[in-house]
Design a protein around this ligand. Structure first.
Ligand SMILES: [Zn+2]
Ligand SMILES: [Zn+2]
Ligand SMILES: [Zn+2]
Length: 238
């Protein structure tokens, strides 16, 4: 790697999926310095150059969560069947991988320029998502009929299925312990700015409550509940 030379391509990049210009945001790098990421909020996707994801500090990961949360009101555009690398324009390859015990998916450039990862896939990659226990699924079933698959976005009918019938991913929720561990890794200064209690979030969700600024605090019977997103709401508002 050459030092002191400007990156060859510093112009804003087009989204691999929808081609709109992505927003460039700067995050702290573990070994000092910064990581500039290109994000498409319309597609709920992040472009990572090689190693960029692994270089993010815990504070940067939480900052990215906040960005994801602030922009999750809009439903993400479906990812195009053929997404293209913003550098070489080759078609990206849908890749299934493991990150510790989590199954993760992303779209990678066959020439190694990087990968396109959706917001939910990113949460999963950072081990912020865990499967519900059978007891938790039972509890949830009493208050919610359908949840959205955290892997592929398809609705899961809780009365019929204990996993996604399309991609076979288990029913997943934000992992309170993982969030707590990450907050513990933050510097004192960063921690002082955040007062979050992720445990409350998960418990409240399983009891059928949702974070809400309006007067409808519970889930409607026809709603497909996005457990990861709802938990993120609780977390970021406390
Ligand atoms: Zn896009
Ligand atoms: Zn490429
Ligand atoms: Zn699925």
């Amino acid at each position: 790697m050459s030092v002191g030379v400007a990156p060859p391509n510093d112009a804003p990049r087009g989204c691999p999926s929808c081609r709109d210009v992505m927003r460039r945001e700067v995050f702290d790098r573990k070994m000092g310095g910064s990581v500039a990421l290109d994000i498409c909020f319309a597609c709920h996707g992040i472009w990572f150059d090689p190693y960029e994801s692994a270089q993010l500090t815990p504070g940067a990961v939480l900052k990215l969560f906040e960005e994801i949360h602030q922009n999750r009101d809009a439903t993400g555009r479906p990812i195009a069947e053929t997404s293209r690398c913003p550098t070489c324009r080759h078609a990206l390859v849908l890749t299934y991988d493991m990150e510790r015990t989590n199954r993760i998916t992303y779209y990678r450039c066959p020439d190694g320029h990087g990968r396109f990862t959706t917001f939910v896939q990113f949460l999963s990659e950072k081990n912020f998502v865990r499967s519900l226990s059978p007891a938790e699924v039972e509890k949830l079933k009493a208050v919610v009929k359908q949840v959205r698959c955290a892997s592929c976005g398809a609705p899961i009918d809780l009365a019929r299925d204990a996993q996604c019938s399309y991609c076979h991913a288990p029913i997943a929720i934000l992992d309170a312990d993982a969030v707590k561990r990450t907050i513990a890794e933050l510097s004192d200064e960063e921690r002082a700015r955040r007062t979050v209690d992720p445990t409350v979030a998960v418990d409240a969700l399983l009891a059928g409550q949702r974070y809400s600024r309006d007067a409808t605090p519970s889930f409607s019977s026809s709603q497909v509940v996005d457990l990861v997103g709802e938990a993120l709401d609780f977390l970021m508002h406390r």
